[in-house]
Ligand binder design. Structure first.
Ligand SMILES: *[C@@H]1O[C@H](CO)[C@@H](O)[C@H](O)[C@H]1NC(C)=O
Ligand SMILES: *[C@@H]1O[C@H](CO)[C@@H](O)[C@H](O)[C@H]1NC(C)=O
Ligand SMILES: *[C@@H]1O[C@H](CO)[C@@H](O)[C@H](O)[C@H]1NC(C)=O
Ligand SMILES: *[C@@H]1O[C@H](CO)[C@@H](O)[C@H](O)[C@H]1NC(C)=O
Ligand SMILES: *[C@@H]1O[C@H](CO)[C@@H](O)[C@H](O)[C@H]1NC(C)=O
Ligand SMILES: *[C@@H]1O[C@H](CO)[C@@H](O)[C@H](O)[C@H]1NC(C)=O
Ligand SMILES: *[C@@H]1O[C@H](CO)[C@@H](O)[C@H](O)[C@H]1NC(C)=O
Ligand SMILES: *[C@@H]1O[C@H](CO)[C@@H](O)[C@H](O)[C@H]1NC(C)=O
Length: 633
C-alpha cells in the first residue's frame, strides 16, 4: 500500500488529467474500489423498476417494515421520476423502517420527502427520521414550504450489513417518503483529522457551487460515482440585482479536483462567484444551536494572469478567522488547481456565517459545503436486540406497537413498552424494563427472556400467554418486579426464581400454574417480597395448601394469594406495629416450619381480594373487623 501511495503521488505531479490519475489510483485500491461504489435507489411505494433518463435504476419498493403506498404528484425537478410514496399510519406503529442490505461501508444517504392526498389528505405531516439509530431529521411544521427541506442527505457509516432508516411518528400525520438513495463513498471521505471518525453522522446543510449556471447532481456534471452523486446548488439566485458580485467561469481543466477521498466534480471548481474589489462576500445559514459544524471550502484560481499574492483573503466563520490570509495560487501551487479547506467548529447561536474578507485583490469563491455533525447514538446490545426480536415473534407483538429498528435509540423514540439504560461498561443500551401489560399478546414466553439480563421490571400481565414460565427467568439477576398475572400460563413455577435476590414483587396470580411451589420461594429466599400466587387451580405446597390434599381432589376454589412485606404496611399503616409483632413471632417458629404456617396464620398477610377461602384455611383465618373488610375488598 505504501508503495502504491508514493506511486500515485508521483504520478499526480505528472498528470494533466486528474480524472485519469484517479482511475489509476482506484485501480490499485482494494477490491471494493475496483468494483465501483455500491448504490441502491428506491422509489418508495413503486411496484416497478424504472430507469431514469440518465440510466440510473430506481428499484421498486423493498426493505420496508410496513406501511402503505400512495400515488402523489411530485413537481420537484430534482426527482421527476418519482410519483409514489410509502407512508405509515398510526396503526402501523410509531416506528417504521427501511432495512436495506448493503456492504459494510460509508454512505451518502439521501431522502426525498413529499406527501399528497391519499397519504395525508394534502396536509403536511410532521415526523422524525433516524439513520442507523441516530435521530438525524426532524420535519417540523412548515418544512414543506422550503423546497430544500424535502431533499436531504447525510454521510453515515453502516457496520452491521444493513442501512437502517426509520420514520418516527410524532402524532401529526403519517410519515411519508418518496425515495431513498444509499450511495457508497470512500471510508476516508470527509475525514476531518488523522483518523476516520464514526462518532458523527454528517448531515449536509448546504452544498453550493458558486457562480454555476445551474444546480445539479454530480452525475449531471459527469462526476465520478465515488463522489456519492452529491447535489450542488447554484448561488446565482441568491444575489439580488445590483449586488456587487458576478459569476466567472472557465472551460479549462482543473487539477486535483476529482481527487481521493472526496472526489469532486470538476465543474464546481470551474465556476466562481467574484466580488467587486474591496468587497467582502458572506453566506449566512440558519442552523441548530450548540452543534458542531464542518465547513468545507473549495477554491481554484481561474485567472492566468494572477501571480502569487495578487489575491489574498481571510475566511471567517461566525467571527472566527478559520483560514487567515488564503492565497490560492500559493497554496494550490498555481492557477487551475483545486484547493480544499475544511474546519470544524461549534456554533452556539442560530446562524452560521461564512465571510470572505479581502486583504489583496478581489474575492472569488468556487464552492462550499456545510455539514452538521450529529453525534451517533450508541446501539442496543446485540444480545438484547436479538432477544427482543425473538420475543416479537414468539409473543406476536402487533404491528401497532412499532417494534422496528433499534429498541432503545433514537432515545427520543424507544419501542413501545421498553425502558432502557446505558450500560456504563460496554457503552451499549440494555433493556431494564418491559411493560407489555394488557396488549392482547398471545404465545409462549420463550427462554430468550433470560438474555435480557439487565431487566429490572417485567410486566406482561393481562395478556393471553400460554405455556410455562421459562426456566431462564432465573437468569434475570437484576429483576425487582415480575408480573405475569392474568395470563394462561401453565405447568410448575421454575425453582430458579428463588435465585433472584432483588425481587420485591412477584405476581403470578390468575394463571393456570400447577404443581408444587418450589421451596426456593420460601420465606428465606424471597424474604420481604410480595408474592401473589392466587387463582392458580393446580398450585400447591409452600404458601398454599399441601400437595397431598390437592391429590385428594379438593379443587374447588383454592385460591390464595400471599402478600408480604411493604405493600400491606403501606395500605394499613395502623397495623404496622402488629405486623412487626407477627414477624417476630414468625422468626420464633422452628427453622423448618413451613412458610405456609408462618404466613397464613396472620390474617393481614393473606390477600383477601378475589380470595375464596376453603375449609382448609378457615381455622387459621381470623375474620377482619368490618372496617378492615371494606378496605380490603
Ligand atoms: C397509482 O396509480 C396507478 C396508475 O394510475 C394505479 O395503477 C395504482 O393502483 C395507483 N396506486 C395506488 C396505491 O393508488
Ligand atoms: C436487516 O437486514 C439485515 C441484513 O440483511 C438482517 O441481518 C437483519 O435481521 C435485518 N433486520 C431486521 C429488523 O429485519
Ligand atoms: C480536513 O482538515 C484536517 C485538518 O484540519 C486534515 O487533517 C484532513 O486531512 C482534511 N480532510 C480532507 C479530506 O482534506
Ligand atoms: C488514530 O488511530 C490510532 C489507532 O486506532 C490511534 O493510536 C491514534 O491515537 C489515533 N490518532 C488520533 C489523532 O486520534
Ligand atoms: C465553455 O464552453 C461552452 C461550450 O463549449 C461555451 O458556450 C462557453 O462559452 C465556454 N465558456 C468559457 C468561459 O469559455
Ligand atoms: C403491571 O401492569 C398492570 C396494568 O397496568 C398494573 O396494574 C400492575 O400494577 C403492574 N404490575 C406491577 C408489578 O407494577
Ligand atoms: C400447557 O399449555 C400448553 C399450551 O396451551 C399445552 O400445549 C400444554 O400441554 C400445557 N401443559 C400442561 C402440563 O398442561
Ligand atoms: C438457580 O436455581 C437453580 C434451581 O434452583 C439452581 O440449579 C442453580 O444452581 C441456581 N443458580 C444460581 C446461580 O444460583
Amino acid at each position: 500500500m505504501r508503495i502504491i501511495g508514493i506511486g500515485c503521488r508521483r504520478m499526480e505531479a505528472l498528470m494533466i488529467s486528474l480524472l485519469t490519475f484517479l482511475l489509476v489510483c482506484i485501480g490499485h485500491l482494494p477490491s471494493v474500489a475496483a468494483q465501483g461504489p455500491y448504490a441502491v435507489r428506491i422509489a418508495c411505494g413503486s411496484t416497478v423498476d424504472t430507469y431514469a433518463s440518465n440510466g440510473f435504476l430506481w428499484s421498486r419498493d423493498w426493505g420496508y417494515t410496513g406501511g402503505s403506498s400512495a400515488n402523489v404528484s411530485v413537481n420537484n425537478p430534482k426527482a421527476p421520476q418519482l410519483n409514489t410514496v410509502r407512508y405509515f399510519r398510526l396503526s402501523d406503529g410509531g416506528e417504521n423502517c427501511y432495512n436495506l442490505t448493503v456492504p459494510v461501508g460509508h454512505y451518502l444517504i439521501r431522502l426525498f420527502f413529499t406527501f399528497g392526498q391519499e397519504d395525508n389528505a394534502n396536509r403536511e405531516p410532521q415526523f422524525d427520521v433516524s439513520i442507523e439509530g441516530t435521530l438525524v431529521y426532524s420535519l417540523q411544521r412548515g418544512w414543506s414550504t422550503e423546497p430544500d427541506n424535502s431533499y436531504q442527505d447525510s454521510l453515515a457509516f453502516v457496520n452491521d450489513g444493513a442501512a437502517t432508516i426509520c420514520f418516527h411518528s410524532s402524532g401529526h400525520g403519517n410519515p411519508a417518503v418518496a425515495s431513498i438513495e444509499v450511495l457508497q463513498i470512500f471510508n476516508q471521505a470527509y475525514q476531518r483529522g488523522w483518523n476516520v471518525s464514526q462518532d458523527f453522522i454528517m448531515r449536509s446543510l448546504k452544498r453550493v457551487s458558486a457562480g454555476a449556471a445551474r444546480s445539479g447532481f454530480g452525475s449531471d456534471f459527469q462526476a465520478d460515482p465515488w463522489g456519492g452523486d452529491r447535489y450542488w446548488e447554484s448561488d446565482i439566485s441568491l444575489f439580488l440585482p445590483g449586488s456587487a458580485v458576478a459569476p466567472i467561469s472557465t472551460n479549462l481543466t482543473i487539477k486535483n479536483a476529482a481527487v481521493y477521498p472526496n472526489i469532486y466534480p470538476e465543474a464546481i471548481f470551474q465556476t466562481a462567484t467574484a466580488a467587486n474589489p474591496g468587497q467582502s462576500l458572506s453566506y449566512t445559514l440558519p442552523v441548530e444551536s450548540n452543534l458542531q459544524y464542518s465547513v468545507w471550502i473549495y477554491l481554484a484560481e481561474l485567472a492566468t494572469f494572477t501571480a502569487p499574492t495578487d489575491r489574498v483573503f481571510d475566511i471567517v466563520v461566525n467571527g472566527q478567522k478559520v483560514f487567515p490570509a488564503v492565497d490560492i495560487m500559493e497554496m494550490a501551487k498555481g492557477s487551475y488547481s483545486a484547493l480544499i479547506l475544511n474546519a470544524t467548529l461549534l456554533v452556539e447561536g442560530k446562524t452560521l456565517t461564512i465571510s470572505f474578507n479581502p486583504i489583496k485583490g478581489n474575492i472569488a469563491v468556487n464552492a462550499f459545503e456545510v455539514y452538521a455533525l450529529v453525534p451517533t447514538e450508541a446501539a442496543t446490545s446485540n444480545t438484547n436486540l436479538w432477544a427482543l426480536q425473538v420475543l416479537k415473534q414468539s409473543l406476536s407483538i402487533p404491528a401497532r406497537l412499532g417494534w422496528n429498528g433499534d429498541p432503545c435509540v433514537p432515545q427520543l423514540h424507544p419501542w413501545f413498552g421498553i425502558d432502557c439504560r446505558r450500560d456504563t461498561t460496554s457503552g451499549f443500551w440494555i433493556i431494564d424494563g418491559l411493560d407489555l401489560d394488557s396488549q392482547g399478546l398471545q404465545g409462549v414466553l420463550g427462554d430468550e427472556i433470560g438474555s435480557l439480563t439487565g431487566l429490572q421490571n417485567l410486566n406482561i400481565s393481562h395478556n393471553l400467554l400460554q405455556g410455562p414460565i421459562p426456566q431462564s427467568i432465573g437468569l434475570l439477576a437484576s429483576l425487582v418486579t415480575l408480573d405475569l398475572s392474568y395470563n394462561r400460563m401453565n405447568e410448575s413455577i421454575p425453582a430458579s426464581l428463588g435465585n433472584l435476590t432483588k425481587l420485591q414483587k412477584v405476581f403470578l396470580n390468575d394463571n393456570q400454574l400447577s404443581g408444587e411451589v418450589p421451596h426456593s420461594l420460601g420465606a428465606g429466599a424471597l424474604g420481604g417480597a410480595n408474592l401473589n400466587l392466587a387463582n392458580n387451580d393446580g398450585l400447591c405446597g409452600v404458601g398454599i395448601r399441601s400437595c397431598d390434599e390437592l391429590k385428594q381432589g379438593s379443587r374447588a376454589g383454592i385460591i390464595v394469594g400471599v402478600l408480604l412485606g411493604s405493600l400491606m404496611a403501606f395500605l394499613f399503616g395502623y397495623v404496622y406495629y402488629k405486623r412487626r409483632q407477627n414477624i417476630a413471632r414468625a422468626q420464633r417458629l422452628p427453622r423448618d416450619a413451613p412458610y405456609a404456617k408462618a404466613r397464613t396464620t396472620f390474617v393481614r398477610d393473606v390477600q383477601l381480594a378475589r380470595t375464596v377461602l376453603t375449609d382448609h384455611f378457615k381455622p387459621v383465618y381470623r375474620e377482619p373487623t368490618s372496617s378492615q373488610t371494606s378496605q380490603l375488598l
